[in-house]
Design a protein around this ligand. Structure first.
Ligand code: BDP
Length: 696
């Protein structure tokens, strides 16, 4: 298996009892109505059930169909009455019911709109793929979040910023004339997990995306996306009026600049009538923005939002800003945006990274969640593993996503998990969204590491329904992708569920951050940016309490107090919030230094355990996949050791404390570490940042 089919494998069902049930009930189907979306549903049924039953699934009349795909409003009156309580008015919602109709059992997949029928179809196929019970089937479902979005950091030259799975899947040189089959499979995969929007290009955006040439290429992509309910966003460069039309300025207060954006947006909508909007990184890491002209983020955002609003378009403005002026940069997004709350036009989202720093292995949730009651806020997660092992490490990110979504913000003093701010229920937002930075590239299996597919899958599933558990999603994904054998499913679930904590432990335990190398972020270099961990002979950690940078003040009570006190601060975030003496006594009874040694070694042991678990299910896994993952786990083990040795060796020198002898001796000594560091600088297959640089 080359992994290309992702979780939509549809291999023949080998469980004979289950096969027989399906064979009896799922040989024929009926589609009521016609549209490209319904055609896509029909195609998927034929492919999916056809594959799983290894037979041709026939499209027949309503009377004869065993499976009926229809909109609610197209149901015969008697059935409408019967299903009234199931119907959801949500336009993307659906229900699936197994009923007895005139002496025959039929399964109905009913959507409010065509897209609901398609989502219901994918849900139904998933039910069969995971061997769910068909008899008495009764499902009612609708997404909790409105915009469920992938953000590609793909450059127009096809390199992918922080991409570890080959080149961009967008073949700009072939578009609009040639439509790669992969675009269709990409749309199918996304639709199957409920993703309904994509931004196709890097947030470090080239102005060229707005040229007519590229708009035509984009229009061709939207033709592919549309039937699958996927809307197109693009990332734009704030200085585009200057770069593309030679305007002397991009100052949002200049009327000619507003006019330029009005005209550009009109042009886009004349070519792409259902264009969704812009994603903007402004005044961040060298990107141009309104502050170049002494204007605020609101001033900049509202100019673009005004142009887009004339066509019901949306503007997503990123809150990932920091000044690099020697202050504690984690405070910057909050400090910049809180005072702007309520001033953005209604079609503006502020897109906020899950943590206040930058996609580190573990961060507390960003305190902006809850602090912008009058601004729709879109969550930004990273699916691509920039700081979590590239495409080499098996790390199931559902754990990270859930930890953030379940974090209680105590907004207004009540139970207020981040998820309920994101889904709008807590602060009454009707515009809601969750974005994930894509890990997709043009390698055959899309994501490099076979298990990285699970992170794409899990992101979509959680964006649809954040109440799903990481376990439940893992189980689905395993059964759809790898195996149905119960023991193997259990084992892989255990691997996935433990993988996140292992990675945190061997990379950046106890709330440490940015121990990775600068630039490409591959491998450990804790000595390079010591300002993030502040290790000295007395202790380690970043003091963010009231005696330090006071970033704790951005959290509401009782969280602020909890983080402020070293005794009540969760140990998993201890060194994020505190500078702690090496001799500090941890809850385990170990000193902080011993605990650090323990965690790094524990992380390495965890990877070894995953290797063993994986080997134990050898016979239940497709050979090519087994071997690929086995090889990758071996690499992961070696890199985990590299992380451990580099970090402990360095911190040991600073603390003047020896690594307790109970732990295994380092594999990498100082000179090896230097060599490895040099090698990593030359690694060609690890994509590095290639942000667009504006010609001077
Ligand atoms: C950082 C990445 C950088 C991105 C930036 C962003 O290293 O490549 O451009 O985030 O989110 O994590 O804009």
């Amino acid at each position: 298996d080359d992994g290309y089919r992702l979780w939509l494998k549809y291999d023949k069902i080998t469980d004979t009892a289950y096969y027989r049930v399906c064979q009896q009930h799922l040989q024929s189907f009926t589609i009521v109505g016609s549209s490209k979306t319904l055609e896509a549903a029909a195609k998927e049924i034929k492919k999916g059930l056809g594959g799983m039953l290894a037979t041709d699934i026939k499209e027949v009349s309503f009377r004869d169909g065993q499976l009926i795909l229809t909109k609610y409003k197209d149901l015969p009156v008697r059935l409408k009455k019967q299903f009234r309580q199931d119907n959801s008015s949500h336009e993307e919602g659906y229900f699936i019911r197994d009923i007895e109709e005139k002496g025959k059992r039929k399964i109905f997949i009913v959507g409010q709109e065509d897209i609901g029928v398609l989502y219901g179809t994918f849900h139904f196929l998933r039910t069969v793929q995971t061997r769910g019970r068909l008899e008495g089937l009764s499902i009612r479902n609708a997404p909790k979040v409105q915009w469920r979005m992938l953000n590609h950091w793909d450059n127009l030259n096809r390199t992918v910023e922080r991409g570890y799975a080959g080149l961009s899947i967008w073949k700009w040189d072939e578009l609009p004339n040639k439509i790669d089959e992969r675009y269709v499979d990409y749309a199918r995969a996304n639709s199957s997990i409920g993703i309904n929007a994509v931004a196709v290009n890097n947030v470090n955006a080239s102005p060229n995306i707005l040229t007519q040439e590229y708009l035509e290429k984009l229009a061709a992509l939207t033709e592919v996306f549309r039937p699958y309910g996927i809307r197109l966003f693009i990332s734009i460069n704030f200085a585009s009026p200057k770069a593309l039309s030679g305007l002397p300025t991009a100052d949002p207060f200049e009327p000619e600049v507003q006019r330029w954006w009005d005209n550009k947006v009109d042009e886009i909508y004349s070519i792409i009538p259902d264009f969704a909007g812009f994603l903007v990184k402004a005044n961040s890491e060298g990107q141009p923005g309104p502050q170049d002209y002494g204007r605020s983020h609101v001033d900049g955002a509202n100019v673009l939002a005004r142009s887009l609003a004339r066509h019901n378009g949306i503007l997503i403005w990123r809150a990932f800003v920091y000044e690099n002026k020697g202050n504690d940069r984690v405070k910057d997004p909050y400090d910049e945006f809180v005072s702007l709350d309520g001033q953005f036009l209604p079609n503006v989202f502020v897109q906020t990274k899950n943590g206040p720093l930058d996609f580190q292995p573990r961060e507390p949730y960003s305190p902006l969640f809850g602090a912008l009651p009058s601004t729709p806020q879109m969550m930004e997660f990273q699916i691509t593993q920039e700081y979590t092992g590239f495409s080499t490490h098996l790390v199931y990110l559902a754990k990270l996503y859930k930890e953030v979504l379940d974090s209680d913000t105590y907004t207004d003093g009540q139970h207020a998990p981040v998820a309920q701010i994101v889904d709008g229920t807590l602060q009454g937002q009707s515009m809601t969204g969750m974005a994930g930075v894509s890990n997709i590239g043009d390698v055959q299996n899309w994501t490099g590491h076979p298990f990285a597919q699970a992170n794409w899958y899990t992101f979509g599933r959680l964006a649809w329904d954040h109440e799903l558990s990481s376990k439940q999603i893992a189980k689905e994904w395993i059964e759809m992708t790898l195996t149905h054998e119960p023991k193997a499913v259990e084992t892989i679930m255990a691997i996935m569920e433990s993988s996140y904590e292992h990675m945190v432990n061997y990379m950046m335990p106890l709330g440490l951050t940015v121990l990775s190398s600068g630039g490409h972020h591959y491998g450990p270099q804790p000595w390079q940016r010591a300002g993030f961990h502040n290790a000295n002979k007395d202790g380690i950690g970043y003091n963010r309490t009231s005696t330090g940078s006071n970033a704790v003040a951005q959290y509401t009570e009782p969280l602020r107090r909890k983080f402020e006190q070293v005794e009540t601060c969760p140990e998993s975030l201890l060194l994020w919030f505190h500078h702690v003496p090496w001799s500090y006594h941890m809850r385990s009874g170990r000193t902080l230094w011993e605990e650090l040694c323990f965690k790094y070694n524990d992380g390495v042991d965890g990877v070894r355990q995953m290797q063993q678990q994986w080997r134990a299910i050898h016979h239940q896994i497709d050979t090519a996949t087994f071997e690929q993952v086995d090889r990758l786990l071996a690499e992961q083990e070696d890199e985990a050791v590299w992380w451990r040795d580099a970090c402990l060796e360095y911190f040991s020198q600073i603390s003047k404390l020896a690594i307790p002898t109970e732990y295994e001796a380092p594999r990498y000594k100082e000179e090896d570490l230097k060599k490895k560091e040099k090698q990593s600088q030359n690694l060609k297959h690890y994509s590095v940042a290639r942000p667009y640089v504006m010609p001077q």
